[in-house]
Design a protein around this ligand. Structure first.
Ligand code: SF4
Length: 177
């Protein structure tokens, strides 16, 4: 028996199972990396009875260790970048990073700030060059755009034969704000 191919096959099954389960009920952890709070208010709005994202299985959790995805707001200050890297390391993989708002997508109006370490995708890729990152533009993005972004990314996460070599595209632009 070829042990190498058996291990690869088992790894492929595990990865397919992981992606399948990720799509069914995605648990998210919210990280503010220097946002003005407006994007954060819209994220909180998702949880209110009006939008009620829990009906889609999207649940806000209190620890990155329980999270399938990070909802990141803000452009990534030097102080926050250290925390963001550590939070990402603690998440279960695969972990989808949603850049929520213009600041998270590309630092926005803070781009030239002396205090910035961003953008968010660069900070995350220092930890994981193959991270799955989605962008939801807007200042702030509307809750509908955020929901659309999550839905589009989950739809793109079809299980592949090999997670290591056939990930979803690294960047997905998901709805305007
Ligand atoms: S994108 Fe706009 S609303 Fe969101 S944190 Fe930046 S400035 Fe604030």
């Amino acid at each position: 028996m070829n042990n190498g191919s058996t291990i690869n096959h088992q790894s492929s099954i595990v990865n397919r199972l992981r992606l399948w389960s990720l799509k069914k009920s995605i648990w998210v952890f919210h990280v503010n990396t220097g946002a003005c709070n407006n994007c954060d208010i819209e994220i909180v709005n998702l949880l209110t009875p009006k939008f009620d994202v829990e009906r889609f299985g999207i649940k806000l959790v209190g620890s990155p260790r329980h999270a399938d995805a990070l909802l990141v707001t803000g452009g990534g200050t030097r102080q926050a970048a250290i925390r963001l890297r550590e939070v990402y390391r603690q998440t279960a993989k695969p972990c989808v990073v949603f850049c929520m708002g213009a600041c998270a997508c590309g630092m926005g109006i803070f781009e030239k700030g002396y205090h910035m370490a961003g953008p968010i995708d660069s900070i995350i890729r220092e930890v994981d060059p193959h991270a799955i990152i989605a962008y939801v533009p807007g200042c702030p993005p509307k809750p509908q755009a955020m929901i659309m972004g999550v839905v589009k990314v989950l739809a793109a996460l079809e299980p592949k034969e090999s997670y290591a070599t056939e990930r979803v595209g690294q960047a997905v632009v998901a709805g305007a704000g």
